[in-house]
Design a protein around this ligand. Sequence first.
Ligand code: A2P
Length: 273
Amino acid sequence: MSDTSPIVQRKPSEFAVPAGVFAETVTSVEHYTDRLFRFRITRPPSFRFRSGEFVMIGLPNADKPVYRAYSIASPSWDEEIEFFSIKVPDGPLTEHLQKIQVGDTILMRKKPTGTLVNDALLPGKRVYMFSTGTGIAPFASLIRDPETYEKFNEVILTHTCREVSELRYGQELVKGCLEDPLVGEFANGRLRHYTSITREDYPTRGRITDLMVSGKLFDDLGVPAINPEDDRGMICGSMAMLNDTKEMLEGFGLVEGANNKPATFVVERAFVD
Ligand code: A2P
């Protein structure tokens, strides 16, 4: 079970906020399972980022706060910043972070970065966003950004988790996206959400890599197998998932890109695990 005792926190008035760091306030917290939660913080007016980037965050509960990389799950136009996090029982940051409450302070380094950005991909007909677990976070940002739909006709978000309850964040995210007055106009009919589960009963079972090998992913979506003319890929998950999915995309003829060298797929680790 999660530890729900409050964290010992110092308020910004009780410590010197280090240079290069914002001290922001938690505005909402939602727990999905014993392992997963989402929280939102205020956004400093001067903080700019590209949808899909990550930033280092920490807590003001020590003289030398522990920082970890977190993908920003909100789009670049949002007034707040959202994060989707795992709870690691003895994780140096998440063991405390999982106890945050509205009004608490989060430290956020000022410089965002990352490769899961539209700029690192060449335009294409279809973009696949392959995620497992909390690897959905950067895509939560990208599927809510109108720019994604300007660059690609079709956006296919795949999310594979161990258990069905772990899909809820993504299911609510996609529903909210389609119903949103701003983004819904772009996303309706063009955003597709493909979910699979590996350790419980579910209509679609199996790892995304296996679903590509068997061709089930493409059959279910009614699209041709991935090809470098039409398709682009973004990958976010565990190290093993990244390596296997990357190898598969390379097998389909896609080439890894970067900010300074856009190509047909990009990769980033879902950091905190
Ligand atoms: P599995 O249950 O077969 O390990 P995790 O929480 O360990 O990051 O796993 C999240 C999801 O990613 C699980 O459904 C898991 O499947 C899947 N997964 C783990 N390793 C790989 C991999 N190398 N390639 C594709 N999917 C993977």
